[in-house]
Design a protein around this ligand. Structure first.
Ligand SMILES: Cc1ncc(COP(=O)(O)O)c(C=O)c1O
Length: 455
């Protein structure tokens, strides 16, 4: 039987089991298609044959409209580091939002900024926003004003949200723009380089004197979790200081996940600016960007303009920057993270994640399927290959195999990853028992669908 035929048989079997298990999701999809564009609220939510529709989540579990229970290791793209519905986060949100949903310039905001300053090394000054995308947009705007330059170095395999200027080379090593509707002009100030090759950055800075900043996701989440060496990050730090270029860590995923003080604490390298969202508010919609006082002060209007709101400072605004629910969520979540850090829970979470990675690798290898699981902190990525995994290998892999594997696990009550994504995350509320159930399902699925015969 030719490979394509084997694949299509495997796909048919997995789709069939999925459809049997999730008839209400199918109905909901049909209904959603007539009102939500594509039936979902975001590109990444969609997968074939139709996506799951969910009702609620508690701790490490989430339930779909068919009342199926899942262990959730996608956690809304890693946001739910405290799991679903963390009681302290929910309590604080209820309490504070009862005082008003949009109380501008609230004492809560000031307290939240103080808490962030306490734990994030670069946070001399903070501003709030509503999404990772916004935090990144504002950070690069400030960097441009601070340096008087225009271009931003971005690396292949790094995703920085939805602003047109960064929708290129996000999960590939090619200059691929991942969306239509992006004007070529909006990419003219984006410089794409290979990650972890310091000589590329040196060369670019030598030949181009219009570089304002360098932005990176320290764990290269989208590109398969190939973090840079500490040496590289240190060199980047030194280089950006010498050349007057603003170094920006996009900590939207790594913030609080990799360590209480994020990747900057974990790697011991302090950037000029950092962007936060996802875990920062325990699942509430919130974001922040922060950094060195001399750079962040460019957001402050001077003289008379301070009273009229005008002036020449960097403009940053947002009606919902004062959202009480979000800020309350952040205050509660940061308090919990601090306690967890003091109790040594980060080390335990990272160990649990590494154990899961190892067990998944073994399950595949026992069936003679080449597999490596990249793992950093509480994030994972699976590679099905016999080749030495590298970002270049990752870019060439056929992602269909993994897509079907993730879908097959849904049939066993495990959302190891949202099938269209591939990113896997654990939270502080995942247990060793959850790990055991995940591994049991991985083995069951590999056994039942005999992936080795189709590869
Ligand atoms: C590293 C990184 N930066 C920025 C973003 C964008 O965040 P948001 O989806 O909140 O706009 C994401 C989202 O996944 C991300 O992973």
């Amino acid at each position: 039987m030719v490979k394509e035929e084997k694949w299509s048989r495997l796909q048919d079997k997995i789709y069939e089991a999925y459809m049997q298990r999730t008839p209400k999701s199918k109905q909901m999809y049909k209904r959603a298609l007539t009102n939500l564009a594509g039936g979902v609220c975001g590109h990444a939510r969609l997968f074939q044959p139709y996506p799951l529709y969910m009702t609620h989540g508690i701790e490490s579990k989430i339930w779909d409209v068919d009342t199926n229970e899942y262990i959730d290791c996608f956690l809304n793209a890693g946001s739910l580091l405290l799991g679903h519905s963390h009681p302290e986060v929910i309590k604080e949100i209820r309490q504070e939002s009862g005082k008003g949903l949009l109380v501008y310039n609230s004492d809560l905001e000031v307290r939240c900024a103080e808490r962030l300053k306490e734990v994030i090394p670069c946070a001399e000054r903070v501003r709030f926003a509503n999404s990772g995308t916004e935090a990144v947009m504002f950070a690069v705007r400030v960097a441009r004003e601070f340096t008087g330059k225009n271009k931003i170095i971005k690396f292949y395999g790094h995703y920085h949200g939805q602003d047109d200027q960064f929708l290129i080379g996000t999960s590939t090593n090619e200059d691929e723009v991942i969306s239509s509707g992006v004007p070529q002009d909006s990419l003219t100030n984006t410089v794409l380089l290979r990650y972890n090759f310091i000589e590329d950055v040196v060369r670019k800075l030598d030949e181009d004197d219009d570089i304002a900043g360098i932005i990176l996701d320290p764990q290269m989440s989208m590109g398969g979790i190939f973090p840079a060496s500490i040496e590289y990050l240190k060199k980047l730090r030194r280089l950006s200081e010498e050349r007057g270029v603003v170094l920006i860590f996009d900590e939207v995923i790594t913030g609080f996940r990799l360590a209480l003080g994020g990747a900057q604490e974990y790697f011991g390298v302090t950037p000029d600016l950092a962007c936060y969202s996802k875990s920062i508010a325990g699942g509430a919609k919130f974001a922040a960007f922060m950094g060195k006082e001399e750079i962040m002060e460019r957001l402050v209007p001077d003289g008379f303009s301070a009273y009229t709101g005008g002036g020449k400072s960097v403009f940053q605004s947002g009606t919902y920057n004062d959202g009480m629910a979000a800020i309350a969520g952040a205050l509660a979540a940061i308090k919990v993270y601090k306690k967890l850090s003091e109790k040594g829970e980060y080390e335990k979470l990272h160990k649990r994640t590494a154990n899961l990675a190892k067990a998944i690798e073994i399950a595949f290898k026992e069936r003679r399927i080449g597999c490596q699981v990249n793992c950093l902190g509480a994030s994972l990525k699976i590679f099905l290959t016999d080749l030495e995994p590298s970002f270049e290998t990752y870019c060439k892999l056929d992602r269909m195999v993994l897509f079907l594997f993730f879908l097959s696990l849904i049939n066993h009550g495990i959302i190891l990853s949202w099938p269209s994504s591939g990113s896997i995350f654990l939270s502080f509320v995942h247990t060793d028992e959850d790990n055991e159930k995940i591994i049991e399902a991985v083995n069951l699925s590999l056994e039942k669908y005999r992936f080795e015969e189709a590869i």
